[in-house]
Ligand binder design. Sequence first.
Ligand code: COA
Length: 280
Amino acid sequence: MTKIEVRTAAPDDLPGIAAVALANGQGEEWAGADPAYMRHLLAHGTVVVGVSGGTVIGFGATRELAMGPGPVSMLCDLFVDLGAHGGGCGRAMLAELWAAPGRRMTFSSLHSNALPLYAGFGVDAWWPLLYLHGPVGALAAPAGWRAAPAVPAEVARMELAWTGADRADDHLAWTRRPGGAGLLAWHGREVMAAATVGGAGGEYGVTHLAVAPSADAAAAVLVVLASLEGETARVCLPGPHPAVRALLAAGWRLEEFDLFMATDPGLLDPRRTVPSPALA
Ligand SMILES: CC(C)(COP(=O)(O)OP(=O)(O)OC[C@H]1O[C@@H](n2cnc3c(N)ncnc32)[C@H](O)[C@@H]1OP(=O)(O)O)[C@@H](O)C(=O)NCCC(=O)NCCS
């Protein structure tokens, strides 16, 4: 087999990366074929390509997140051209992205090569991340809660205060997506949740939501979803999140799920976190 070379990606690689993403069915906005998404990763993360015979046959990306006692390397993407699946390109790219030891996490697809490959790099599978989609009109804001628009810097400031994670760059980029907007959720006179929403077409919904330590995590999700414009929306929730049952009972549907894999299950609290599958 032709040797696979792994190197840091440059803006010139975006067409090759897009071709690999499209071959894997990743044609949607804010995925590998979307230059805005890839440019965000090039600017704020580490992106590599796997090259064989001069052609890009795979790409992968990590984003370092400042969480708790130190950085966590989030694997955002790992994709290989269909004809090269199982040929070692995924392993070669991951060995480059996760060369340094440390805390790691990702949302693994259910592709049969994904979980076994990631497990070898020290991450275990802990819980499913459920992609839920449904009618906004079937939801009502819980009593005493309301949601109001906010600029991305304000959303990021609240999240930083509650979690210690500075996600300002991500909130700004998420706000620039189609339908992108920041929201704060109030319970009485207190801000209890901060979210960025957006996305194109059927992907429109909650991109990422942070809650105050004392917040009712289910109510925070419901008030934000109930406030959205449009008939339907999407949210990605950990299986154990307390809003899951309320959404299913309201007629929301499970579309698909990924698996949260991490060196330590404590990196994300599945009963409170509402992460972006790509960037957490
Ligand atoms: C997931 C993906 C990136 C992996 O890249 P790849 O080049 O196909 O994977 P590799 O050949 O490097 O490694 C696959 C590993 O899985 C192992 N594997 C495959 N099926 C397995 C199974 N059923 N049980 C145990 N191990 C299995 C292989 O033996 C190999 O391990 P090895 O290197 O120790 O032999 C690629 O298959 C892909 O693009 N899949 C579709 C898109 C996708 O789902 N991406 C993941 C997004 S999170």
